[in-house]
Design a binder for this molecule. Sequence first.
Ligand code: SAM
Length: 290
Amino acid sequence: MTAPGGTTPAPGTLYVVATPIGNLDDIGARALRVLGEVALIAAEDTRHSARLLQHFGIATPLAACHEHNERDQGGRFLARLQAGEDVALISDAGTPLISDPGYHLVRQARAVGVPVVPVPGACALIAALSAAGLPSDRFIFEGFLPAKAGGRRARLEQVREESRTLIFYEAPHRILECLQDMRAVFGDERPALLARELTKTFETLKGLPLGELCAWVAADSNQQRGECVVLVAGWQAPEGEEAISAEALRVLDLLLGEMPLKRAAALAAEITGVRKNLLYQAALERQSRD
Ligand code: SAM
């Protein structure tokens, strides 16, 4: 990998390699080839990944790249890359950077001109969405919600009227309280789906309105174990009502903090072009909730 005519080697490539989220058969031939050929594998947890590599007979050396050392140790990997060696980045499961470490390394590598190549594969949110039967043309991924109830509810409130399908990751010990908060904020009737233990022995995909889904999970402690993704259908304006865009509601909220309700609705209507009556109703609803 030496630059033509020069002594500075051309940089190596940083491969961002997805690994399975449960079923080891989900790893692709290209991922195995890359993991076997690079000089070094930067892994979130080297002991965890050593077992994966051993399973596939791959002997490439591993070095830790996790959230606590990624910023400081990134230089170590960059030095190897800039010296012309290829490095693969993996996380414990699924696609690196998706609620996993890797962002700083990828960013730093790109900043210094190191080619970054994705080797795609498993990703829990995409696997769940692909089988959920909820609208998949537009969706938003919210990652993990805050662990504490106050922060969680506040975050859910922010996306209450989001019209795209919502996707969340959640830890098993919080799944019930998380679903209960979703039910409180989005309402009993909002369609949702719990995707648990994807690609594993106890894989479960249960689609129900939030009220029923909460009751189903509460009644069976097995549903409160393992890894899970929660999908919630986007907000739909009640029949006969026009939808108010999230941006119009944001403007309304800002104005409500500064002036009386009627004036805020009128001004928001002027700014956003949404009918005044509609914004007035929305303002009343917001006030009754606070
Ligand atoms: N990078 C991973 C990916 O591409 O999906 C996500 C890593 S994040 C630290 C772990 C979370 O992903 C879990 O808490 C769970 O919400 C979700 N997850 C990972 N594997 C899963 C599986 N097999 N079934 C359901 N959810 C899973």
